[in-house]
Design a protein around this ligand. Structure first.
Ligand code: MG
Length: 402
């Protein structure tokens, strides 16, 4: 080991759909027999574009390169297409990047968090999602999760944007996923108040606005919700409205978490350096993998901003494992979003971490500590569907950000 040069022999995208989300995992095979790594490249709405980017562009560029040169490979992969910072290529690069960290860990005989500098903590506190059609149902759902040991619970009612019972639409309005930003704001305040009253002050509550409010209504919402002492308010604004965070910051102390749609540091560095948000929560594969995520964590640490990496069902289990290596290492870790995997997920992805009493524990295997059962993955191919939930519309029928 060590002195012998190991090179990339093959880069293979694996597409699978064990549940609702279509996933892309990359497998990097090496010149050393039996040595390979896996990484998350999941951009669930554009899985076939990521697949093509890996097969047709990244693989020919990467075969024969030294697996140990993660940083140099990452830098060159990001500029090799000349045009950069897009989600398809970032995810493709992430799949390779995470797989190379996995390989380096296996070569070193250490979990990846050891390569980052070792543990700051034994496990990562997670938050999970409570849902319901009414505020009572949301509180019931939150109480059930609390009984299972989760102490951080995200409360949502009627899906993102809420459910407006009497949508006032014009004649001939096109089909779509309608929501009413104004009634959403009112309903959520009542729901959060109800859950807080029923569950008391000890449980940590979170809420994801999913960029559904107009900026000035978002300012008002952050002020109104301050009294319920959220752990954080998530994605209150769209990245395109970043400049409004200054106004919000000036007016309330509601903790703010931002960033699952960010692609590149130029979108978030001022939010961090001006201390306009409290948690930075990019989708790790979306920014290009573990290599840029480590830097984002360290940059944020300098400014007192904590991490809360995006961790829904459309992060692959491999991506969740990668998140956890960042979580146990980063001194400024805040919280980890967790999606409660199915039995099939655990079967298809041996080594997928487990939650016990609200904490997510890494295993101590070398590398990322996770694998993919390719035969089982092949039994669950990705559906060729057109996404419906992202076809969001405001009451007058105009297109909205999902
Ligand atoms: Mg979110």
């Amino acid at each position: 080991m060590g002195s012998s040069r190991v090179t990339i022999e093959d880069v293979r995208p694996i597409l699978t759909q064990p549940g609702g989300s279509r996933l892309v995992v990359v497998k990097v095979l090496t010149s050393e027999p039996g040595l390979y790594g896996v990484g998350c490249a999941t951009f669930t709405q554009r899985v076939f574009a990521v697949e093509a980017a890996i097969e047709r562009h990244l693989k020919p560029f990467l075969v024969g390169r030294d697996v140990d040169r993660i940083e140099e490979i990452w830098q060159m992969s990001m500029v090799h297409g000349y045009w950069r910072n897009g989600p398809v290529l970032n995810n493709a690069v992430s799949g390779v990047d995470q797989a190379l960290w996995d390989i380096k860990g296996k070569r070193a005989g250490m979990p990846v968090y050891q390569l980052f500098g070792g543990k700051s903590r034994e496990a990562a506190a997670v938050y999970v999602h409570a849902n319901g059609r009414s505020k009572e149902e949301v509180a019931d759902s939150a109480e059930q999760l609390h009984e299972k040991g989760f102490r951080h619970i995200r409360v949502q009612m009627g899906g993102y944007g809420g459910a407006a019972p009497e949508m006032h639409t014009p004649e001939g309005a096109l089909p779509g996923n309608y929501f009413d930003p104004r009634s959403y704001g009112r309903a959520m305040l009542g729901m959060i108040e109800h859950v807080r009253e029923r569950m008391g002050d000890e449980v940590e509550l979170l809420h994801d606005v999913h960029e559904r409010l107009h900026p000035i209504d978002a300012v008002q919402f952050a002020k109104d919700v301050e009294q319920y002492r959220l752990f954080f308010l998530e994605d209150l604004l769209a990245p395109e409205d970043n400049e409004w965070f200054e106004t919000i910051r000036d007016q309330c102390a509601t903790p703010l978490a931002m960033g699952e749609l960010f692609n590149n540091p130029h979108e978030w560095r001022r939010l961090v350096s001006d201390r306009l948000v409290d948690f930075i929560r990019m989708h790790v594969s979306q920014i290009g993998g573990l290599t840029p995520a480590r830097k984002a964590a360290t940059f944020s640490d300098v400014f007192g901003v904590r991490t809360a990496w995006h961790g829904p069902g459309d992060t692959s289990p491999v991506g969740h494992a990668a998140n956890l290596h960042l979580d146990v290492w980063a001194p400024n870790f805040g919280i980890q979003e967790w999606y409660q995997p199915s039995e099939l997920d655990y079967e298809m992805f041996p080594g997928l971490p487990e939650v016990r009493d609200g904490y997510l524990y890494p295993n101590e295997l070398p590398g990322l500590g996770i694998d993919i059962d390719e035969a089982l993955a092949a039994e669950h191919p990705c559906e060729e569907i057109v996404e419906q939930w992202t076809q969001t519309r405001r009451p007058d029928g105009s297109a909205a950000r999902p």
